[in-house]
Design a protein around this ligand. Structure first.
Ligand SMILES: [Zn+2]
Length: 378
């Protein structure tokens, strides 16, 4: 193919994307709206609208009322035209969600089951949960963009294998083993990246953010200009292994001592209430003395970390994971403690937030990988 030909195709694709994004943003538009706002020629707009309609991405059954003349055809965005599935694998659950082109979760399935990649029945269960969401969300094979698999591990660039995974026993696993019973396009996604991305994807205010995942292990993700910053070796945001206890720190699962994970994983709190985070916050609220002491210790490290992250990135800070999902009532107190550390007078209430998505953030974020891929290549 000649360079000239490639150039022409690129322009065509770009125009198609511009027109599609315009309709997606406005929900519905007439041809005239697009002509005026986009400054593209009528034949270009007409041919692209036809193509988008053929792909099922826009609907033309509605009308837009025109002042004066006859009603014009409304070209309407179809948010459920394509769907991606995300599945999150944790120590005790498999959670799968179906996500449409607007990032809405249209279906969710969550099953309690103990993590065990050695067990073929467990691998089958992953496939079943995906299949269940696909069926219940009524997604055809053609309209399914792919399945993002969120795992508590660091992932190779191509999403094909795990480069580091000791929080759960994921070490040295390949995508094809984990996805043995998922008969659709799929890839692995680092769970903290997925969860952080989910929080920022739909919120334009969160252009620059740091997501701290406070679950059974502690992870994080850096979002700069709406994109995950992975660093040079895909370990960017690994806040769980910042060295924070300089003397006599506990042994971390990574083999080192004094990591942030050892003082701020959810188990620091939930260990007191049989592993149940919700129960911990219930007894804390009742005024339980031990819970109060544990929470004080926890906040000392957490607020230092929030402050340090703010000093480094100057963006939003999102508290996520099992603990982040419960901090709502304590957010004001956390903000006050963080402010005490801040030399610039920034107010934490202006940048610190609890996560909006609770148990499904990582699954939904993993699905967004395929939504983005589709939107970028329309
Ligand atoms: Zn560590």
């Amino acid at each position: 193919m000649s360079a000239e030909k490639i150039g022409a195709n690129e322009i065509k694709a770009k125009n198609r994307q511009i027109i599609y994004n315009y309709i997606r943003e406005h929900g519905s538009a007439s041809k005239q709206d697009i002509v005026v706002d986009m400054q593209l020629s009528l034949p270009t707009i007409t041919s692209n609208l036809e193509l988008l309609k053929k792909q099922g991405l826009i609907d033309t059954s509605g009308k837009i009322k025109n002042t004066g003349g006859r009603n014009a055809t409304a070209f309407t965005y179809v948010k459920d035209a394509r769907t991606a599935i995300g599945v999150d694998i944790t120590a005790n659950h498999i959670t799968a969600v179906a996500v449409n082109l607007s990032g809405d979760i249209v279906r969710m399935e969550r099953q309690r089951i103990n993590f065990d990649l050695e067990d073929d029945a467990y691998l089958r269960k992953i496939g079943e949960v995906v299949e269940c969401v696909k069926r219940e969300a009524d997604i055809s094979d053609e309209n399914l963009l792919g399945v993002g698999i969120s795992v508590q591990s660091l992932i190779s660039d191509d999403g094909e294998y795990i480069t580091y995974g000791t929080a759960l026993n994921f070490a040295k696993r390949k995508r094809e083993e984990i996805a043995a019973y998922i008969p659709y396009r799929n890839r692995l996604v680092h769970d903290s990246y997925a969860a952080g991305y989910r929080e920022t994807w739909t919120n334009k205010e969160f252009q620059n953010a740091f997501y701290i995942s406070l679950s059974n292990s502690v992870g994080g993700s850096v979002i700069i200009d709406d994109a995950i910053y992975e660093g040079n070796t895909h370990k960017g945001g690994e806040i769980g292994h910042m060295a924070v206890v300089t003397e006599g720190g506990e042994l971390c699962y990574c083999g080192k001592r004094g990591c942030f994970d050892t003082v701020c994983r959810a188990g620091r709190l939930a260990g007191y209430t049989d592993g149940n985070v919700e129960e911990f916050f219930r007894v804390l609220e009742e005024g339980d003395e031990t819970a109060g002491r544990l929470w004080e210790e926890y906040l000392e490290y957490l607020t230092a970390a929030i402050h340090n992250v703010r000093m480094l990135f100057d963006g939003r800070v999102i508290l996520g994971g099992y603990v982040g999902a419960h901090v709502g009532k304590y957010l004001e107190d956390i903000c006050r403690r963080v402010d005490e550390r801040n030399p610039f007078g920034d107010r934490a209430e202006d940048y610190l937030v609890e996560c909006r998505y609770k148990v499904e953030a990582s699954a939904a974020g993993a699905a967004l990988f395929y939504i983005d891929e589709f939107l970028n290549n329309i």
